[in-house]
Write a new protein. Structure first.
Length: 198
């Protein structure tokens, strides 16, 4: 919600905004966005909201087909541009540790530099995969195939990322240890270009 402030009587006012869709949408998906503006005057009168709706169709940029590894994203903070960070945030908000609605480079660096037991490895491989999606190294629709992808039933990068999301929503314990290990390996195969089928 924005507060636009005062507007002179009879003046025109417009607002433009750009919405970033999730990196997991694939070509052809149709998205509808709605906006409403409420307003009143200095005398306390309020008026019917002005509304607008727009629909857009997702298109895909051909990926470069050269995903970068977790190690690359960890050691190249300059590659983690504001635009890429915003694209990742639009897709998955759990790396935004401050909860301010924006993923910053220091937050991304902390996730990528995690060491030790799970969920650290699953988180840094997921973030590396999301950066590869954001940088258009791969697409959500990029096909993947390996012994592990067949076992898990994940046929695309998008499905693998969703598997990672679902895994990270689980507690880390003895009953989820194998799932965490498999999710980490699944994403590692993607960022190291081992399972992609172009």
């Amino acid at each position: 919600m924005w507060s636009l402030g005062d507007v002179a009587a009879s003046a025109d006012w417009s607002v433009r905004f750009t919405a970033r869709p999730s990196l997991l949408f694939t070509a052809g998906a149709k998205l509808t966005d709605q906006a409403a503006a409420t307003y009143g005057n200095a005398n306390g009168c309020t008026y019917e909201p002005v509304t607008a709706t727009a629909t857009t169709t997702i298109t895909e940029v051909t990926p470069t087909r050269d995903p970068r590894s977790h190690g690359y994203w960890k050691t190249h903070p300059e590659a983690r541009t504001a635009e890429l960070l915003a694209r990742v945030q639009a897709t998955y908000q759990q790396f935004d540790s401050s909860g301010n609605g924006a993923l910053d480079n220091s937050e991304a660096g902390a996730v990528l530099s995690a060491s030790g037991p799970q969920p650290g490895p699953a988180r840094f491989q997921l973030l590396a995969t999301l950066f590869d999606l954001a940088a258009r190294q791969i697409n959500a629709s990029t096909q993947i195939d390996s012994k592990l992808t067949r076992k898990l039933g994940t046929r695309t990068v998008g499905e693998a990322v969703r598997y990672g999301f679902a895994t990270l929503a689980l507690p880390v314990n003895s009953s989820t240890a194998q799932r965490y290990s498999e999710a980490t390996t699944l994403l590692d195969e993607i960022v190291n270009n081992k399972s992609e089928v172009y």
